[in-house]
Design a protein around this ligand. Sequence first.
Ligand SMILES: Nc1ncnc2c1ncn2[C@@H]1O[C@H](COP(=O)(O)OP(=O)(O)OP(=O)(O)O)[C@@H](O)[C@H]1O
Ligand SMILES: [Mg+2]
Length: 241
Amino acid sequence: MENVLFSCEGIGLSFGNRPVLKDVSLHVAPGEILGLVGPNGAGKTSLFEVFTGRYTPRSGRVCMKGTDISSLSIHERARLGLARTYQSPIVPSSMSVGDVFRAAREAYRPFLSRFDAEWGARHAHLHVPWDRPAGSLDTFDRRKLMLACQFMRAPDVLLLDEPASGLINSEIDTLDIIIRHQADEFGIGVILIEHRLELLTAIADRVVVLDLGEVIASGRPDEVFSNPRVKAAYFEDAGHG
Ligand SMILES: Nc1ncnc2c1ncn2[C@@H]1O[C@H](COP(=O)(O)OP(=O)(O)OP(=O)(O)O)[C@@H](O)[C@H]1O
Ligand SMILES: [Mg+2]
């Protein structure tokens, strides 16, 4: 098997008696960008919550760098090099950009330096004055700020929850360059959620399609997109995204 950096096997998750994830397995290699795609409510964000340790699955395990991390806390997983961004680009509106960086730097031990934050900002293509209120940034700059706060930690695995949401096409092209650079330059394994299949052809090396909590297809984007089961899942959902 190829070099595996991060994986999950047989993940099952229920809320009450409603199953949300059923026997989900996937893996990502160093430097690889894995697209995780699926209609609204497929369970994509819930799977990230299982990866980070916020949700406890009823079955299965999560492994990173050859270690089973299933019983580690959110903080222990983060310290091991697991980073994520959130679907909503919510930033603390009353804080300045510099304050957001400071808070993010002090969230990890040993504390990161201002140089680390500047490094993260540069790699996220974030070019805004640091005294600006974070809440005054447009969607793309908010997303860049969220990315910069993760990049500066030099993670090994980066989980991105719909990072292209709310962006226009030219911004998505820049976002792809930013993410691809992290994977190519630093060997970060990236799992990127997107519910629009077509956006993944440009960036993903491989995609996994989730529908109603189950993996229904995986492979190269062009192969997966022509898969009849994938088309059916999407066309049934068309207009609800
Ligand atoms: N904490 C929770 N309690 C109860 N149900 C939940 C919880 N979190 C998620 N769900 C349910 O699990 C299912 C999957 O939700 P999830 O947010 O993981 O989907 P998603 O694929 O990320 O969707 P979207 O594309 O809309 O972001 C949904 O039916 C959702 O209502
Ligand atoms: Mg989601």
